[in-house]
Design a protein around this ligand. Structure first.
Ligand SMILES: [Zn+2]
Length: 267
């Protein structure tokens, strides 16, 4: 897999070449929602994202406003409800570095700067925090290797999706055609107006003024350019800002973060 994105392929691929899904609740009593097809079809997989919840905001960020004891308590509830003993998370820096996890851990392990995680370990939940940025779940369904990415525009421009796919190809079945990809709840193309420099950084024509961009559409195009099958790519119908009752949105002024999680179950 080439890390560079073919502009020709980008121009040829169409918008909306991805299955649009709406996350559904995974567990009673917890604001945790999943890509419905994946969770139904692959019992060895857990894919999800937390939401705002009812009552006190269900903030899972270790780097935000919530008390660490409260955050850990919420994580304990997620681990207990999902059956995953270990969680890995890192401080996110809007880069393109990935951490490969080849060891198990008990409890929640917080690592240094990285915006993506890769593992073939069972019983280990990968976690990235988001509130408008795109959570990207990648799974090699044959080799059972998973990667979870935090893709804001800076990470997307820095090539985090290309790195994630390349790493899965290397560690997994050797082909991008085996990779499932889901772009979770994130800010939509209507709500996300950005400066000309963002368009330019993503390899798009530089507009004169601030112009909306649909980051997930750009990522879908990149995924197709990397050789993923259109039928293996899905995107969430949810916008973190339009659907602010369900999810936190940085642009809407929320300081809290939801967590996208991805894990491979034991056998
Ligand atoms: Zn929106």
């Amino acid at each position: 897999v080439s890390v560079s994105v073919s502009q020709q392929h980008l121009a040829a691929s169409l918008e909306g070449e991805a299955v649009i899904v709406r996350e559904t609740p995974l567990i009673d009593g917890l604001p945790l929602y999943g890509q419905p097809e994946w969770n139904a079809r692959y019992p060895w997989l857990l894919q999800g994202i937390t939401g705002r919840g009812t009552g006190e905001p269900f903030d899972l960020s270790f780097f935000g406003q919530a008390r660490s004891a409260t955050v850990l308590e919420r994580w304990r509830a997620i681990r207990s409800a999902t059956g995953f003993r270990g969680v890995v998370h890192a401080r996110q820096v809007h880069g393109a570095d990935l951490l490969c996890h080849d060891q198990h851990t008990d409890g929640v392990r917080i690592l240094d700067d990285a915006d993506g995680h890769v593992t073939s370990q069972k019983d280990l939940l990968l976690a990235v925090s988001v509130a408008d940025c795109v959570p990207v779940s990648l799974v090699d369904k044959n080799a059972r290797v998973s990667a979870l990415l935090h893709a804001g525009w800076r990470s997307a421009a820095a090539g985090i999706l290309e790195r994630g796919v390349q790493t899965l190809v290397e560690l997994g079945s050797g082909s991008a055609r085996e990779i499932l990809c889901h772009f979770g709840p994130a800010i939509c193309g209507t709500c996300y107006e950005v400066g000309p420099e963002v368009h330019a950084a993503l390899g798009l024509p530089r507009p004169q003024h601030n112009t909306p961009i649909d980051l997930r559409t750009q990522l879908v195009r990149r995924a197709l350019a990397l050789g993923l099958e259109p039928g293996n790519i899905s995107r969430s119908a949810y916008c973190t800002r339009c659907d602010g009752g369900l999810f936190f949105s940085h642009r809407a002024g929320d300081r809290e973060r939801q967590m996208s999680v991805l894990g491979l179950r034991q056998a």
